[in-house]
Design a protein around this ligand. Sequence first.
Ligand code: G3P
Ligand code: MG
Length: 248
Amino acid sequence: MALHIPQIIGHRGCAGYAPENTLEGIHTAADMGIEWVEFDVKLTKDQVPVLFHDETLERTTNSSGNVKDLTLAEIKELDAGSWFAEGFFGVTVPTLEEALEVLLERNLGLNLEIKPCPGREKETAEVALDILSSIWDDHNRVLISSFQHVSLETSMDMASDWSRGLLLPAEWPENWKELAEYLQVSTININGNEVTQEQVEEALELEKPILAYTINDSSRARYLQSWGVDGFFSDTPDELQDGLFSVH
Ligand code: G3P
Ligand code: MG
């Protein structure tokens, strides 16, 4: 397997220029010439994986309450665009399936972040991977990541041949190296705004690509790159494009 991860990955689609985790965001990234996007997936009440970051609806829709309490039909009624800008009125929350179809149509790679609501770590991974496997066959252009170790473990058990990335929060768990080894991850995904050079040096010892989220500032990206970070999740990928050393 030759996982090909580009230097810059559109974060939540292209969250600086279009509402996050929407098809519009994926199209925006593709229009900008971005090769991969990252998005977050969780389950509706009726077990459909949708693109959504928060556990609650307030921040990114015109409604309130918990995502896990709404069926897909109910979530599809919501406006997930106006909060970002009036011009995006009527944009809906996409299903994973709809998003994958757009990625294929636009020839984009994917970092699928499994972002389960608490208690749904296993089933979210199971349902998302079932759909991914039924639609997608290019293993070189997909990375499955999660902060939830159970979700990564489920991915490993169900579909060990899809590459996995260990998402580390700002505070690294003490056993992060053991987790990386146990979960057989291909990448280490770090909080690039909080990480220290010493931590990056430790991560480099694993000899795996290091990806940093969420970097919208080109000087920070350059610092991280000089420390050995390989790739960057960015809401504003164009801000980073010119400042990085090319590694191709
Ligand atoms: O996968 C990188 C990044 O998206 C992780 O943080 O909260 O933006 O999903 P968050
Ligand atoms: Mg994410």
